[in-house]
Write a protein that binds this ligand. Structure first.
Ligand SMILES: *[C@@H]1O[C@H](CO)[C@@H](O)[C@H](O)[C@H]1NC(C)=O
Ligand SMILES: *[C@@H]1O[C@H](CO)[C@@H](O)[C@H](O)[C@H]1NC(C)=O
Length: 202
């Protein structure tokens, strides 16, 4: 009885901290930097135009200060993030290909997948450097090239998944590949939307 009468106020105090502390932090942050709200609004409205607004906002809101309201920085950052995620997907698929006792057809599909993903790594790399290029091509032509390459990356990701569409494929391998590729494909789709937004901003 003594224990429970002691812990109840303690519990209430802890509850009090948990419920008030985040609010306090939030309002303090708002107070300190009203600019940050504008940056977050920009991310929110940019993400609103993508197929995955929630994932998009969760991913890019942490970069709000860096992005501000600059659609070029947002597009370039989304390409870099897509590239990074694709590189780690490539590693995961390569590791999966080394699984003991893998059947030849799963091994072959994984091998093809790693090649397709490697193509999309090239497409993102070209796109990122093209975003920084200012000489030569017109802006419209340059953006059209970037859109083409990012679309090609999306196609490569689809092709990878399609390689596992046969019913006889091992369900675990298929599910593992789908999880890895889905993450990459969602980011690629968001990135394509941001490149389109930047292309339309001038
Ligand atoms: C998101 O888009 C919907 C309709 O497309 C619109 O009604 C809403 O205001 C938008 N929200 C933001 C934050 O831009
Ligand atoms: C991408 O990876 C590079 C190298 O690891 C890192 O410096 C950069 O911050 C990453 N960018 C994003 C947006 O994750």
């Amino acid at each position: 009885m003594d224990n429970s009468s002691l812990s109840l106020p303690a519990a209430i105090f802890i509850l009090f901290l948990f419920t008030t502390h985040p609010n306090y932090c939030l309002s303090a942050r708002k107070h300190l930097s009203s600019e940050s709200d504008t940056d977050t609004d920009f991310i929110r409205s940019s993400c609103n135009a993508t197929i995955y607004p929630d994932l998009c906002f969760a991913t890019f809101s942490s970069y709000a200060t860096e992005i501000q309201s600059d659609s070029k920085i947002l597009a370039t950052m989304s390409l870099t993030l897509a590239l990074n995620t694709t590189l780690s997907a490539s590693q995961t698929l390569t590791d999966l290909g080394k699984t003991q006792g893998l059947e030849p057809k799963e091994a072959a599909a994984l091998h093809d997948c790693v090649e397709q993903i490697s193509d999309s790594v090239d497409e993102f790399t070209r796109s990122i450097s093209e975003m920084e290029e200012t000489q030569g091509k017109s802006f419209a032509f340059r953006m059209s090239d970037v859109e083409t390459w990012v679309s090609a990356a999306l196609t490569d990701e689809d092709t990878c998944i399609d390689g596992f569409s046969e019913n006889a494929m091992d369900a675990d391998v298929k599910a593992a590949v789908a999880t890895v590729i889905e993450k990459v494909a969602q980011l690629t789709s968001i990135s394509l939307a941001f490149v389109n937004q930047y292309a339309g901003s001038k």
